[in-house]
Design a protein around this ligand. Structure first.
Ligand code: TXA
Ligand code: MG
Length: 317
């Protein structure tokens, strides 16, 4: 056990907060079995108390402690995708604190795929309730520096682990009912889940306030952000009140007219690379005092579902 992990475990045992890297985004962790520790998460993030937290575990065998009625379907998915960026919603075990679950009868669980998270969870021995380590409504942090910017002194320790490989939050799949339902798209796609299960999976369309990512204006930069279907339409918006601005483009060749106050940023055409870059880029742009961020809409293909979802939320308001 490294010195840093030893200290982090001590903090968790005392009921403190430790931010740690996962493959998706950094999490703000507290002992999931200690309600007063979990309460500190809500205070540090300024998060409404009825928003349930994801509980992170190290191994599948911990599942039965936190969840009940785990179906064969869920186990199949756990074996296929864990450790990895899939959160599953189960019926909760009776002892689970209402603070963790937002007083619901269900609990979200996942095994993150990151060596630092794994070491922390293994050394701690229990489970960590951990939302993304940002202030409520803001962009999730994908580096230790971003956690520091978001939470400052509201966290007892930050474990560094480089830039998160996936870059957007996990896919959330409700497996507590008959048919699995995607509550939040992530980089594990509907098609990948259906391929494992050999059965159709539903996607929740309505905005449930219970899933904090489904609030409008979530994952949002401070700078006003607009989505643009076709970059050729953009020139009409580039009036003085939108400048200086940044334009995130998949097809920069479509954008021939460029004011020198518009910064053109070419985005990767591969969704994995796009996801990896997105949050840190928005965070950097937010520091530049821009009047507007324009983002070219991404393709209407399932591999882009998670990114399309986050862009829509960033652009509201
Ligand atoms: O990738 C991730 O999922 C990251 C890393 C740290 O694991 N965590 C994350 O946590 O994104 P958070 O709190 O920012 O988003 C978790 C989402 C929330 O929208 C919450 O409402 C939903 O999971 N959630 C948790 N438990 C739930 C439950 N029992 N029923 C429905 N939604 C639930
Ligand atoms: Mg979050």
């Amino acid at each position: 056990m490294t010195n840093e992990i030893t200290k982090a475990v001590e903090i968790l045992q005392r009921g403190g907060l430790v931010a740690f890297p996962t493959e998706t985004v950094y999490g703000l962790g507290a002992d999931a079995a200690n309600p007063s520790a979990v309460a500190k998460i809500f205070a540090a993030k300024n998060r409404p108390i009825d928003h349930p937290l994801i509980v992170h575990i190290a191994e599948i065998k911990q599942l039965s402690y936190w969840a009940r009625d785990v179906s064969a379907t869920a186990l199949k998915l756990a074996n296929s995708f864990w450790p990895g960026p899939l959160t599953m919603i189960f019926k909760k075990a009776l002892h689970v604190s209402d603070l963790v679950t937002g007083s619901q009868d269900t609990i979200g669980l996942r095994i993150p795929n990151h060596p630092v998270a794994f070491n922390l969870l293994k050394s701690f021995g229990g489970a960590l309730a951990a939302p993304s380590a940002n202030r409520f409504g803001r962009i999730s942090p994908t580096t230790a520096e971003a956690v520091k910017e978001e939470l400052g002194d509201n966290v007892d320790a930050i474990l560094a682990g480089g830039q998160c490989e996936v870059g957007v939050e996990s896919t959330i799949l409700d497996v507590s009912g008959e048919t699995p339902v995607i509550l939040r798209p992530g980089m594990i796609t509907l098609k990948q889940i259906e391929a494992v299960l050999q059965q159709p999976v539903l996607v929740q369309r309505k905005n449930s306030p219970r899933v904090s990512g489904s609030h409008t204006s979530h994952y949002a930069p401070i700078t006003t952000t607009n989505l643009v279907k076709d970059l050729r339409m953009l020139s009409q918006y580039l009036s003085q009140d939108c400048l200086p601005c940044a334009v995130l483009a998949l097809n920069p060749e479509l954008f021939s007219y460029l004011s020198n106050e518009a910064q053109l940023i070419e985005m990767p055409k591969n969704p994995k690379e796009y996801a990896f870059r997105l949050y840190q880029l928005l965070r950097d742009l937010d520091k530049q005092g821009l009047k507007r961020i324009f983002i070219e809409m991404v393709p209407n293909e399932h591999e882009w579902d998670a990114i399309r979802d986050r862009l829509r939320r960033a652009a509201v308001g």
